[in-house]
Design a protein around this ligand. Sequence first.
Ligand SMILES: C[S@@+](CC[C@H](N)C(=O)[O-])C[C@H]1O[C@@H](n2cnc3c(N)ncnc32)[C@H](O)[C@@H]1O
Length: 205
Amino acid sequence: MELEAVKKIYAIYSNVYDAVFKRFFYPRISYAIKSMDIRPGDRVLDVGVGTGLSLELFPRHCKVVGINLSGEMLRKAKKKVNTNSMDNVELYEMDAMNVDFEDDSFDKVFISHVVSVVPDPYRVMKEVRRVCKSGGQVVVVNHFKSRNKLVAGFEELFNPISKKIGWRSDLSRDEFIDRAHLNVNKCYKLRKLDFWEIVFATNVK
Ligand SMILES: C[S@@+](CC[C@H](N)C(=O)[O-])C[C@H]1O[C@@H](n2cnc3c(N)ncnc32)[C@H](O)[C@@H]1O
C-alpha cells in the first residue's frame, strides 16, 4: 500500500472509525494495555494511534506519545485528549517508517492494527526497535494470516480487495516476528477463534 493511498483512505475512515471499528478493536486494545505493567514515569509510544481508542486506557502516571500519518484521524484523537484532559498525552503527525525521535526514547511501544496497513511493516519495526530502550516492551496487536490452510487461501485471495480498503490480509505472524527481530514472550488471542492476535515482546538490541 502506498503512503498517499493510506492517507486518503484513513482521512475517509476518520469520520466513521469509532462507530464502525471500536466494537471489534477495543477489547484487544484494552487487554493488551492492561497487560503491559506500565510503571510511573514510563514513556510509551503509541504507533499509528488513529482516533485514540487506546488513549484513555493508559494510566495517567505514564507519558504517552501518539504518532499517526493521517491528520484527520489525529484530529479525532486530539479531541479525546482535550475532552478528557489527558495532560500526559502528546500527539504528532508523523510517518512510522521515519520516526522523529532519538534512539532509546521510550520504555514501551504499543502498535495496534497498524503493521498490515503501512507500506513496509519491517521499516516501521526497525524504527520501533530503535526508539525503544533495550529491554523495553513492544506490544503488537494485529490480524495475521490464518494457520488454517483453507482460511489462509481465502485471505490471500481477498488480499487485493483488502488492500484497496486499507489493510493487507496476508501477513504471516511467524514471518513478521522473524523479520521484525522480535524477542517474543507471549502470543495471545482473546478467543480461540479470533482474527486478531496480541504479540508481547522484549526489545533486545
Ligand atoms: C486501522 S487504524 C488503527 C488505529 C489504532 N491504532 C487502533 O488500533 O484503533 C491504522 C492507523 O495507522 C495509521 N497509519 C497508516 N500508515 C501509517 C504510517 N506510515 N505512519 C503512521 N501511522 C500510519 C493510519 O492513519 C490509521 O490511523
